[in-house]
Design a protein around this ligand. Structure first.
Ligand code: TYM
Length: 331
C-alpha cells in the first residue's frame, strides 16, 4: 500500500492556504487510498523565536483542526512529531549525509534567516537544519508520496537527494519519496499582498483567511482583497496576481477551472462575492466540528497517543537499520 506522510507546523492559526494546498487532499483522497500519516510537526516550530505556551496551545489546536477537517483516525494516523523520538534520531544521521552548502541554498532558510536578522534576533542553528529534520520525518516511514503545497517542493527535492545519497553510500535503506501538489491553489497568496504566500506567521492578518474565522470575517477579508488595476478578470499570475489568486481559490472550492472561471466574470465585485460564499461554505463544517472537538480534549489526546504508538512502531525498525548501515555498533 502506498505510504503517505505530510505535516503541518504549529506556528500560527491554520489558513485557507494550508487547507487548499495540503489538508483537503489528505482528507478527501489520501486517507482513503493509502496508508497516511499526518503529523503536527511541533519540533519545527522551535526553529524561530517562539513562546512555549503558544506552541503547546497551537499544537493541540492544529491536531484538533486536522480532525475537524475530516482526518479519520480509523483510516489514518494522526500524531505529534515530538511524541515519536525516531524523527530526531534519524535526523542526526541525515545531518551526516547533507552538506552545509545545500542547506544554505534553501529558499526558506534564506527568507527566514533574513527575517530573523531584520527583527534583531539570532538565527537558530535548527533553522538551517530544518530541512534535514523534515527529510527524517518523511524517510523514517518509508514514505512514497508527500502531499504538500508547492512552497515545500525544494525541501522534498532535498529529501530525495539525501535518500539517494544515503542508499548509495551505505546500502539500500530508504524509499525515495516524491512530492505531490494540488492542480489548483498549490500556492494560495495573501489577499492584501498577492505576490507573497498566504502564511500563518505573516505579520498582518488582513490578507489571511484562517480556518477558524467566522463567516463575517471571511467575507470582509475577501471583499477587501487587493485586485489589479485595469486588467479585468484574467487568469495571469504576472499581470493580475490579485484576481488570479481569487480565481484559484474559487476554482479550488468549487471544483472548477480558474481559466474558464475568468471568462464567467465581468466584475471584480461578483468574483469576490462568489469566492467569499464558496469559502464560507467550505469552512463552515470545519469550524463547527472544531467547536465540538475542542470541547473534548480527552478524545484528541487519545487519538494522538494511539497515533504516536503506531507511528513509533513503524519508524523504529527503519532507524535501527539506518544506524546499523551507517556503522554504529548495535546496542
Ligand atoms: P507549513 O506548516 O508551512 O504548511 C503546511 C502545509 O500547507 C501548505 N501551505 C500552502 N499551500 C498552498 N498555499 C499556501 N499559501 C500555503 N501555505 C502552506 C504547505 O505547503 C504544507 O504542505 N515544512 C513544512 C512542514 C513539514 C512537512 C514535513 C511537510 C515538516 N516536515 C514532512 C511534509 C512532510 C511546513 O512548513 O509546512
Amino acid at each position: 500500500m502506498t505510504r503517505i506522510f505530510s505535516g503541518v507546523k504549529p506556528t500560527g492559526h491554520l489558513t485557507l492556504g494550508n487547507y487548499l494546498g495540503a489538508m483537503r487532499r489528505w482528507v478527501e483522497t489520501d486517507q482513503h487510498r493509502a496508508d497516511g500519516l499526518f503529523c503536527v510537526v511541533d519540533l519545527h516550530a522551535l526553529t524561530v523565536a517562539h513562546d512555549p505556551a503558544r506552541v503547546r496551545r497551537l499544537s493541540r489546536q492544529t491536531a484538533t483542526l486536522l480532525l475537524a477537517a475530516g482526518l479519520d483516525p480509523e483510516l489514518c494516523t494522526v500524531f505529534v512529531q515530538s511524541h515519536v523520538d525516531e524523527h530526531t534520531r534519524l535526523s542526526y544521521l541525515l545531518e551526516c549525509t547533507a552538506s552545509d552548502g545545500e542547506l544554505r541554498r534553501m529558499i526558506q532558510y534564506k527568507e527566514k534567516s533574513a527575517l530573523a536578522v531584520r527583527s534583531g534576533e539570532s538565527v537558530r542553528l535548527s533553522l538551517l537544519t530544518y530541512p534535514v529534520l523534515m527529510a527524517a520525518d518523511i524517510l523514517v516511514y518509508g514514505t512514497d508520496e508527500v502531499p504538500v503545497g508547492d512552497d515545500q517542493a525544494q525541501h522534498v527535492e532535498l529529501t530525495r537527494d539525501l535518500a539517494v545519497r544515503f542508499n548509495q553510500r551505505y546500502g539500500h535503506t530508504f524509499t525515495v519519496p516524491k512530492a505531490v501538489h494540488p492542480g489548483v491553489a498549490a500556492r494560495v497568496m495573501d489577499l492584501q499582498d498577492p505576490t507573497s504566500k498566504m502564511g500563518k506567521s505573516h505579520r498582518s492578518g488582513a490578507g489571511i483567511v484562517y480556518l477558524l474565522d467566522d463567516p463575517d470575517q471571511v467575507r470582509r477579508k475577501i471583499m477587501r482583497a487587493v485586485t489589479d488595476s485595469g486588467t479585468g478578470v484574467v487568469h495571469d499570475r504576472e499581470a493580475g496576481p490579485g484576481v488570479t489568486n481569487l480565481l484559484e481559490i474559487l476554482a479550488a472550492c468549487s471544483g472548477g477551472n480558474p481559466e474558464e472561471l475568468a471568462g464567467v466574470y465581468e466584475s471584480y465585485g461578483a468574483l469576490k462575492r462568489d469566492t467569499a460564499d464558496a469559502v464560507v461554505e467550505l469552512l463552515r463544517p470545519v469550524r463547527e466540528r472544531h467547536a465540538e472537538l475542542a470541547a473534548d480534549a480527552g478524545y484528541v489526546d487519545d487519538v494522538l497517543r494511539k497515533g504516536a504508538e503506531r507511528a513509533g512502531g513503524l519508524a523504529r525498525p527503519r532507524v535501527d537499520a539506518a544506524y546499523a548501515a551507517i556503522g554504529l555498533l548495535p546496542r
